[in-house]
Design a protein around this ligand. Structure first.
Ligand code: GUN
Length: 297
């Protein structure tokens, strides 16, 4: 059976032979990026995004290059600042202070992880919260935790957009977030709670993880372990959002969910690649415009 449904954002949610509808993150991200480009064109000024990369981590270099290209394609002035791995914390803090003071810069993102000799917490806390397009500054974390979101971390924001486009009703729904990282799990739980879901956060110390998963109507997997969530952990008809981006034993990209098994049971599911991944950069661009409008508007 193939059945294409056009959702908001023009997303095509395609029901495949396995049963579950596939939530097409690539298509939704493309439409968010197109929307951002339209907003930027109407601003009357060019928003600026600064991405700071310290060191030569190859995965980070790829992410940063993709962010740069996507920003430029949306009409945002992208400034990538590449600093050597031996950069001191003081020098990085000085760079952040310079970007805070630069009125042409609306968004600042310091790519993580940072070299071990630099305390990421101190660097994040030094970013002007109004320019914190990652939503990692303690002020933005606190606002989200208290139900008054300002700038929201990009990956969980992307997940919320996918759930909206897929037409998943969250009010009163049992949602399980698997993983408690500062970048995904914790802000994800806060956003689902703000959408009136009944939220459980599970993690490596949780007793009976399969049982917890089976109770979930909406399951968000963000633990960074390839194929960890098995098909028989999933409630029939549940919505499964796979945030994991892992390298499988065969060298191919795969998520935290055993996809072939899960799609037989789930009602809707995101693939990896092509699910949550493309949403992160799209939401970064959206956050940059949000920050620009709030600062200058
Ligand atoms: N490294 C991996 N994901 C992210 C992210 O969302 N933001 C930043 N700054 N670094 C990351």
């Amino acid at each position: 059976m193939t059945d294409a449904i056009a959702g908001a954002h023009g997303a095509r949610l395609i029901a495949g032979a396995g049963g579950a509808r596939l939530i097409d993150g690539k298509a939704v991200a493309a439409s968010v990026r197109a929307e951002v480009a339209v907003r930027v064109a109407g601003l009357g000024f060019q928003p600026g995004l600064a991405v700071v990369l310290v060191g030569e981590d190859p995965a980070s270099a790829v992410y940063v290059r993709n962010k740069d290209r996507a920003a430029a394609a949306a009409g945002i002035a992208a400034h990538t600042i590449r600093l050597p791995a031996a950069t001191t914390e003081a020098a990085l803090l000085a760079e952040v202070a310079r970007l805070n003071a630069d009125s042409a810069i609306d968004g600042i993102l310091v790519q993580l992880p940072l070299p071990r000799h630099i305390a990421a917490d101190r660097v994040i806390a030094a970013i002007d919260p109004a320019k914190d397009v990652d939503g990692f500054h303690p002020l933005n974390v606190g606002l989200l935790a208290s139900g008054r979101p300002a700038l929201v971390p990009c990956t969980p924001l992307g997940v919320m957009k996918l759930l909206a486009v897929a037409g998943v009703a969250l009010s009163g729904a049992r949602a399980l977030v698997l993983g408690r990282s500062a970048i995904v799990g914790r802000p994800m739980a806060a956003l689902l709670l703000a959408a009136d879901a009944t939220v459980t956060v599970a993690h490596s110390r949780t007793r009976d993880l399969p049982g917890e998963c089976r109770r979930a109507e909406v399951l968000i997997a963000a633990i960074g372990r390839a194929g960890f969530v098995r098909g028989d952990w999933i409630a029939p008809g549940a919505t499964v959002i796979d945030v994991g981006i892992n390298r499988g034993a065969d060298g191919r990209l795969c998520g935290d969910v055993a996809f072939a098994e899960a799609r037989e049971i789930a009602g809707a599911i995101t693939p990896v690649p092509g699910g949550v991944g493309p949403m992160t950069i799209a939401c970064l661009l959206e956050n940059t415009v949000t920050a620009a409008v709030r600062r200058r508007g």
